[in-house]
Design a protein around this ligand. Structure first.
Ligand code: HEM
Length: 456
């Protein structure tokens, strides 16, 4: 029952609410519509009606796992041809979800993270070497490009022992190009009408080639590990060798391929965006930058290579990261479906299986939770007393419930570590004319962000 849910005024038969919509920025379009229509609204595009929710109270209801669960639809379902029943794209009822979750969860424990720390430092060292060279030459740095190199190398080396050599290349590794190609292809499926899509034979062909390349690369990585007779006990070793603790079941070779692709994709784009937005806000807010630098200097002292425990101690820097993820949660929405017939907000009946999209970017701007200046960048929003004063379920950059992000601690450790290292080493200055412009693939990124560096 949708009749109580507002929608944009101009509706065109067949194509729906696409008038005024921008094919490249569907999310930011929805944000504008959200501001007009309120905490729950619907948009129709090409015969599909999508209900959007962003009000804090309604979103908290959707987080109730006794009534709602993850819905695999839209962009997520479009990734199925690439990621199959891998963790991110598996349907809740698929047995491979629970199996892989139980086998892989220990790969994200504290002990496991401590094990990844030296490799993370190593990759960060490649980044600072590249940035030192730019700084010495007086060149600004391409932030999203370099953060993408960093996060791809980090997940591929810590997870799978594979070095893509991203920092030794001028251009993106073909794996990244193929991955971005497959992701944008999936994204376009949401905005291009099916009829037009079938006419895009060229795009279909390129997509098939991209997917074949992704599969081939992953198969090579797995073959190399098998030939070496095992590795350092990383995610790939778990996938290949660990049986389920209770049932003794193992992941199939086809599922392992899906998981490796899933982790390479899920493990890098989002973290790269999070780091990029944080660096943007640090460069734009001198006081915040100074305070964060003071913290790193104080907490790390003379230590050049921080130990694992010294990363979590950067409390202020974590708030900077959280505040960046509040304004631009790089995975900007997630879908929830009713697990029983229920009523949302006491007035919107939902049948079992009916679903809604939580618009995280707007949930993170709801004035009832975040006050009347939600657009301002203020890390103090994440000081402990401020967090305690807020209602629950209003900060969801990593999704919610059983299907929330398994890599959350990994991403936070990696990002805090890298930001710490960068702030200790450089002063950051924005390009004077830069205005934040957000690009949308499946994830968000500050487009064209370059920063000028000076060694401290
Ligand atoms: C799931 C965000 C980093 C692996 C998710 C979801 C969100 C998210 C919102 C839930 C999606 C949904 O409900 O449909 C992020 C953000 C990250 C990040 C913002 C960085 C700042 C990572 C990293 C990894 C990872 C580093 C792996 C190392 C996954 C996987 C899932 C997932 C495998 C699916 C979990 C499941 O359904 O069981 N992530 N993520 N993510 N993420 Fe992340």
């Amino acid at each position: 029952r949708l009749d109580r849910i507002p929608h944009p005024p101009r509706r065109v038969p067949l194509i729906g609410d696409v008038v005024g919509a921008h094919a490249r920025t569907p999310l930011q379009d929805s944000m504008r519509i959200a501001a007009d229509l309120g905490p729950i609204f619907r948009r129709k595009a090409f015969g599909k009606e999508i209900v959007f929710v962003w009000g804090a109270e309604l979103a908290a209801e959707l987080a109730d796992e006794s009534r709602f669960a993850k819905h695999v639809g839209l962009g997520v379902a479009n990734l199925r041809p690439v990621a199959g029943d891998g963790l991110f794209t598996a349907y809740n009822h698929e047995p491979n979800w629970q199996l892989a979750h139980d086998i892989l969860a220990p790969g994200f424990s504290r002990e496991a993270m401590e094990g990844y720390h030296p490799l993370m430092l190593d990759v960060a060292g490649q980044l600072t070497a590249a940035w030192d060279a730019s700084e010495a030459a007086g060149r600004s740095v391409d932030v999203p490009g370099d953060m993408t190199k960093l996060t791809l190398e980090t997940i591929s080396r810590t997870g799978f022992g594979h070095d893509f050599g991203s920092f030794e290349r001028e251009r993106l590794h073909p794996f990244v190009t193929a991955m971005v190609g497959a992701l944008s292809f999936a994204q376009r499926r949401n905005v291009v009408p099916p009829l037009l899509a079938t006419l895009q034979r060229g795009a279909e062909k390129r997509n098939a080639a991209d997917r074949a390349y992704l599969n081939r690369t992953v198969d090579d990585v797995i073959a190399a590990r098998r030939a070496a007779g095992g590795g350092p006990g990383d995610l790939l070793d778990r996938m290949l060798e660990v049986a389920h603790p209770e049932t003794g079941e193992r992941l199939t070779p086809e599922n392992i391929r899906r998981q490796v692709i899933t982790f390479l994709v899920a493990g890098h784009e989002t973290t790269s965006g999070a780091l990029s937005f944080a660096l943007h806000y640090l460069a734009q807010n001198r006081e915040v930058l100074a305070k964060a630098q003071e913290e790193v200097d104080r907490v790390w002292g003379d230590v050049d290579v921080p130990a694992y425990e010294q990363v979590a101690k950067l409390r202020y820097l974590r708030r900077v990261l959280d505040e960046s993820l509040r304004l631009w949660p790089t995975a900007p929405a997630f879908a929830r479906e009713a697990v029983t017939d229920t009523t949302l907000g006491g007035r919107h009946p939902m049948r079992r299986g009916a679903w809604a999209l939580v618009l995280t970017t707007m949930l993170h701007r709801d004035p009832t939770a975040w006050g009347d200046d939600p657009e301002s960048f203020d890390p103090e929003r994440f000081a402990p007393q401020a967090v305690r004063a807020r209602p629950g379920h209003v900060f969801k950059p990593f999704g919610t419930g059983a299907r929330a992000c398994i890599g959350r601690q990994f991403a936070l450790h990696e990002a805090t570590l890298v930001l710490g290292l960068l702030l200790r080493r450089y002063d950051l200055r924005p390009e004077p004319a830069y205005r934040l412009k957000v690009t949308e693939r499946l994830t968000l990124m500050p487009q064209g962000l370059r920063l000028n560096l000076t060694r401290r």
